[in-house]
Design a protein around this ligand. Structure first.
Ligand SMILES: Nc1ncnc2c1ncn2[C@@H]1O[C@H](COP(=O)(O)OP(=O)(O)O)[C@@H](O)[C@H]1O
Ligand SMILES: [Mg+2]
Length: 230
């Protein structure tokens, strides 16, 4: 069991609070401007057009943030079900195949797990894990590249484990940042929330698994997940 000191707890809380504040402030400014000027500008079609689109977009942004926060903060216990792991991986990748294609990313699947292999996981949560990781890989390769997804079974003294790996040919992550990528609200993207990998990590931990990120600047990034498979 990991020990968390009180000061560590407050630091996390402070990071969380400032992250939320930062994320909500920009959308609020836009919504506020719209409502403030609405009485005098309600006949200005250009204004209405511009701000109604913008406001809707910003409301969606807050909505997305709230949804992500909910799934991060509410420790949603996994609904464990006997699941065919291979199908789960393939289905999760299929959902993103058109995005991969349109971004000119070739996705190589090396799934050395047969469809008869079943594991005890929450399929929706593992789907979310795969989705978040692949989405990050897509976002890391705006000019195209390669994504290699591999999966195999390992046996060891602690029992059988399924190992999933997602390796991209993106720019990689500096060592200093690599330490922080699982922290809630750590993001290097203009419109990122920094919650994707925090959610991924909490899901994997709730499955008694583990996740490691390996990366080298100029070479790419690999996310490796291990899940109990007995
Ligand atoms: N495959 C990847 N390649 C490069 N950087 C990555 C990759 N995955 C994650 N990161 C880094 O980790 C940060 C945190 O990721 P995440 O928690 O999903 O939040 P977000 O995607 O909203 O920024 C990203 O902003 C990015 O800097
Ligand atoms: Mg992300």
């Amino acid at each position: 069991m990991r020990q968390v000191t009180v000061s560590e707890k407050y630091r996390t809380l402070a990071t969380l609070a400032s992250g939320i504040a930062h994320e909500i402030r920009n959308p609020l400014t836009i919504i506020k401007t719209f409502t403030e000027f609405l009485p005098q500008k309600h006949q200005d079609e250009e204004f209405i057009q511009k701000y109604s689109t913008l406001t809707a977009k910003e409301v969606t942004r807050i909505e997305d943030l709230v949804n992500q926060l909910m799934s991060y903060s509410k420790p949603n216990p996994p609904q464990f079900r006997t699941t065919a792991l291979r199908n789960l991986i393939e289905d999760s990748l299929d959902v993103l195949s058109s995005q991969l294609l349109s971004r000119k990313i070739s996705c190589l699947r090396q799934i050395a797990i047969g469809s008869e292999t079943h594991v005890n996981v929450d399929p929706n949560q593992i789907h979310q894990v795969i989705f978040n990781i692949v989405l990050n890989a897509i976002e890391a390769m705006p000019a195209g590249g390669e994504l290699t997804v591999s999966a195999d079974l390992l046996s060891g003294p602690g029992g059988n484990r399924a190992r999933l790996s997602f390796r991209d040919s993106g720019p990689g992550i500096e060592a200093d940042h690599l330490k922080q990528i699982f922290d809630p609200f750590f993001t290097q993207k203009d419109f990122g929330t920094g919650l994707g990998l925090a959610i991924v990590q909490s899901i994997i931990e709730n499955h008694n698994g583990r996740i490691i990120a390996r990366s080298k600047v100029g070479e790419g990034t690999e996310m490796v997940i291990e899940l109990p498979a007995d």
